[in-house]
Design a protein around this ligand. Sequence first.
Ligand code: CA
Length: 292
Amino acid sequence: MIPRLPLALSALLLAGPQLAGCGGDAQPPVDRTAGPPSTPTTPGTPATPSAPTGPATTPGGTPILSGVVVERLPHDPEAFTQGLFFVNGQLYETTGIEGQSELRKVDLRTGAVQMRRGLPAPYFGEGSVALDGRLYQLTWKSQRAFVYDLATFQPRDTLSYTGEGWGLTTDGSALYMSDGTARLRVLDPRTFAVRRTIDVTDAGAPVSQLNELEWVDGQIYANVWQRDQLVRIDPATGKVTAWIDLANILPASQRTGKEDVLNGIAYDSTTKKLYVTGKWWNSLFEIRPTPR
Ligand SMILES: [Ca+2]
């Protein structure tokens, strides 16, 4: 916690509406203040945005952590990242856009694609995760999930669901799926039957636009679409237990203007390192959520 100095208080008031965690109609992100998400970030934003500064909580009292950058690694700027995860220290990624969607096995250190498989049109690839040697890939609006052999990327199964498919993660037993709303589905990995749902709220208000997901030591981390912040969710209650601020993690001076939004969270349980990237970003960042 930080003392309520005048500077800290004014930062808190300024940040309040963006961090209140309302639904999709809320004013988004820090990015929106500068224009569309693909444009460079606001002039005058802090030179070291990932430093642990700023308000320590939202107006509703939820902790805000800073995502301090530990290491910056290469990422394919042609990857419209939709899903990102590790299995035994190996990084995997799924990408989107109709006609360009892929499954990828990726070298963490170099960003090189070691194995790939395209998903043909009309499918628009979305989130992904692996469980028990099966790689699951969602599609945006086709209501189909494709299942592949993780080792070979050979197709194994096709499952169906209602609504849109956005993000996917696993606790090692069930799958957790987002669809752009504030509700996560807990799915049977063999059938995609819905075991239960989780309504995600922050200080009582729904947090919608939940996108890419990651299970990290019993908590779910989620990208909030078009925000430069992650939420950390208690899967038992759906309550947001922290915001992780990644505002301008990709510095404006290093953007080409093509970059879309932050998306992609992967936790390597073998090293206990947490990584994030974005759609068409040229970098993958190891971050450490740090209290302010
Ligand atoms: Ca993930």
